[in-house]
Design a protein around this ligand. Structure first.
Ligand SMILES: [Mn+2]
Length: 357
């Protein structure tokens, strides 16, 4: 297995590449969507919660990420000893009507096909995505983790409607009229996702890029009056059975899977570890289950993450594992300290797995 590191858009610079490498990372998963464009909506350095304006404005609909831009990022990372393994998340500005089945859908399917071709040209192996109308919602923040470290959690669901012009927690149309998104059924969401894969998987295959789907965080049946796609572990099995293309796989988020009620997390990990269809792994720990849980330090929660890594290795998984989020530690650099703590623990645990049975 390979140790990776996830970086937000505003962290795509030398200082952060060096920090990731110093933590032991060899691979990077980069976000090109900027969830922190407006400090007013969403201050940097911490996980977004999302108020009335969600995470703020989406990107520029007329500016798709270019091959040169991605190669530039990949090259700068390579100079610091890192491999750009994946890009995580499409920008709502580029694909909102694919999620919403709106009038710009066919144009936006072309956007996604073009982006996949560009990722292939730039040598990026995986495109992580989240097919979710509400996105991350219903979370609370507090000094929940060990020693009073700042972390996020969930205390019950959020069923406030989503305003028009917003999807996946970002505003793609500031001029949208008042009103809220129509409620849809789970079957309709599956239909939209199936149509999306049918339309873009051939382009992904041609480009040599694997699409990897993140489960819905938090995993509850409906959030903000919208259905969720992967909110129970067996939903991944259904998708694997329905889409045999190697260009489709999972962005395997252990924390989100562990939040799901009514299953054994180790059995679930074992069930998918040998599928050969994991794009990369998000690793984090939690205490509790949706709709009532807290994120914790890697070594402090309900899940034995060393056992999870062992099950992944025993299933033949040899890909990239990144820390998902980490609690914020009490010091001058809460984000750095939290991530460095998670990375140190992961590096040691993964090294031990390589050298022992
Ligand atoms: Mn995750």
């Amino acid at each position: 297995m390979k140790l990776g590191f996830g970086l937000y858009r505003h962290q795509l610079d030398r200082e952060h590449y060096r920090f990731a490498r110093q933590c032991g990372a060899t691979h990077v998963v980069a976000h090109l969507v900027d969830y922190f464009r407006d400090a007013r909506d969403n201050p940097r350095g911490d996980q977004p919660l999302g108020g009335a304006r969600g995470w703020g404005r989406a990107g520029d609909p007329d500016k798709l990420w270019t091959t040169d831009e991605i190669i530039g990022i990949r090259t700068a990372m390579a100079e610091e000893g890192l491999i750009l393994h994946a890009i995580e998340n499409f920008d709502p500005a580029h694909w909102h009507d694919i999620l919403l089945d709106g009038p710009k859908r066919s144009e936006q399917i072309e956007n996604v096909r073009l982006l996949l071709r560009r990722l292939g040209e730039a040598g990026v192996a995986v495109m992580g995505y989240n097919f979710s109308i509400a996105g991350v919602a219903a979370r609370v923040k507090g000094d929940f983790a060990r020693g009073g470290a700042g972390a996020v959690g969930m205390d019950g669901n959020d069923d406030t409607p989503i305003p028009l012009g917003m999807v996946w927690n970002m505003i793609y149309d500031e001029a949208a009229p008042a009103g809220s998104l129509p409620e849809i059924t789970e079957a309709e969401l599956w239909r939209r996702h199936d149509a999306f894969l049918r339309d873009v998987l051939p382009a992904a295959e041609m480009a040599g890029v694997r699409l990897a789907l993140h489960p819905d965080d938090p995993p509850v049946e409906r959030v903000r009056r919208q259905p969720r796609l992967v909110w129970r572990p067996d939903r991944y099995a259904r998708l694997l059975a329905e889409h045999s293309s190697p260009a489709w796989g999972m962005e395997f988020c252990v924390g989100t899977l562990a939040e799901m009620p009514d299953h054994d997390i180790y059995e679930t990990i074992a069930r998918y570890a040998s599928s050969g269809r994991i794009g990369y792994v998000h690793l984090r720990n939690i205490a509790g289950r949706a709709p009532s849980y807290r994120e914790t330090f890697v070594d402090d929660g309900d899940v034995d993450l060393a056992r999870v890594l062992r099950i992944l290795r025993d299933g033949g998984f040899d890909g990239v594992v990144i820390p998902d989020h980490a609690p914020q530690m009490s010091c001058a650099a809460p984000w750095h300290a939290g991530m460095a703590y998670a990375m140190g623990w992961m590096k040691r645990t993964m090294t031990e797995l390589e050298t022992r049975n």
